[in-house]
Ligand binder design. Structure first.
Ligand code: NAD
Length: 303
């Protein structure tokens, strides 16, 4: 049996679609996601509040339910703790009580913070600069503990920025498109536009998650990203090009060139471990942005 928490959200709904032959059970409170896939079963539960969900023995559980917004984590500190840590502890307890075989947890590149080691390998030190990053790290520790003590096989995936598909509800691409649709003459850019980050296309992420779930040993951490990166200004130029616009840029700097408090300005993951495990990346970061822009504009499915 396959269980997907957060399966009504952006990444989770594409994962649900890809695993549909296994008739997955989705656990989601529909707080931010609302994508339902035919053939899946939906259990509406708030994972902050319960660890009393009985699953079939020996299941594989993908844990995606969280609040992925770095910016709001800097303001709603307690709320994010509940969504990202308490919910993860409850999920770990559900797995223990149900004798789950394996957990795949979507962590984040933000756990590294502003490291000097770029590209950043998995064994680098972690020093997050946002509550979101801290909470992801705490959730990683929880799942590693459950693996060590209760023997639940665990795969921790530290994701770069995910883009693509018509269901992108958050992130830089839909943000720029929405702003340019409202006002095609001016684009507000958060930060100084020099921030440089790595992107990965949604279908590459889903394929990687399913592949790594099968090949991984007792407890492994993988970076999941791309081998290159793009600046925010380059992203603006790609999106504008795809929309046939040439707007003026208005920069809103949250300090030191950041787009918001907690914004990591440079992120490029070392992805050798995932490549060695057989994961393939089909598109570069700039191709990802081009495809993601087209997906939103043309309402295209990534598969
Ligand atoms: N999108 C990215 O670029 C990115 C990058 C790194 C890591 N991640 C991680 O990947 C996962 C999925 O991200 P996403 O972009 O699809 O986010 P999303 O907000 O689209 O999906 C999250 C889902 O979790 C559900 N949810 C939230 N709190 C819940 C709760 N207490 N109980 C039950 N359901 C709850 C929401 O309703 C939603 O359907 C998250 O863990 C996120 O932190 C995402």
């Amino acid at each position: 049996m396959v269980v997907i928490t957060g399966g009504a959200g952006y990444i989770g709904s594409y994962l649900t679609e890809r695993l549909i032959k296994e008739k997955p059970l989705v656990v989601d409170n529909f707080s931010s996601g609302n994508f339902k896939v035919e053939g899946a079963t939906y259990l509406v539960e708030d994972l902050r509040l319960t660890s009393d969900i009985k699953l079939e023995k020996g299941c594989t559980l993908y844990h995606l339910a969280a609040n992925p917004d770095v910016r709001t984590s800097m303001e709603s500190v307690g709320e994010h703790f509940d969504q990202d840590v308490r919910a993860s502890l409850n999920v770990a307890e559900i797995c223990r009580k149900s004798d789950c075989e394996e957990v795949i947890f979507t962590s984040s590149s933000t756990v590294y913070g502003e490291t000097r080691v770029i590209p950043t390998p998995e064994e680098s030190s972690t020093s997050p600069i946002s509550y979101y990053g801290v909470y992801k790290l705490m959730a990683e520790e929880i799942f590693q503990f459950y693996s060590r003590v209760y023997g639940i096989r665990t795969v921790i995936l530290r994701l770069a920025n995910v883009v693509g598909g018509s269901r992108q509800t958050h992130g830089i691409v839909p943000d720029f498109i929405k702003k340019l649709m409202r006002d095609p003459t001016t684009l507000e850019i958060l930060g100084n536009g020099e921030q440089r980050k790595s992107y990965i296309y949604i279908s590459d992420v889903i394929d990687a998650m399913i592949h790594l779930a099968k090949v991984t040993g007792k407890c492994e951490v993988y970076n999941l990203g791309n081998s290159d990166w793009v600046t925010v200004k380059e992203i603006a130029s790609i999106v504008e090009g795809e929309m046939g616009l040439n707007p003026q840029h208005k920069f809103r700097d949250a300090g030191e060139g950041r787009g918001w408090k907690g914004d990591v300005r440079e992120m490029l993951l070392d992805i050798r471990k995932m490549l060695e495990a057989g994961v393939k990346v089909n598109y570069s970061s700039s191709e990802d942005i081009t495809k993601a822009t087209d997906d939103v504009l043309r309402n295209v499915k990534p598969y």
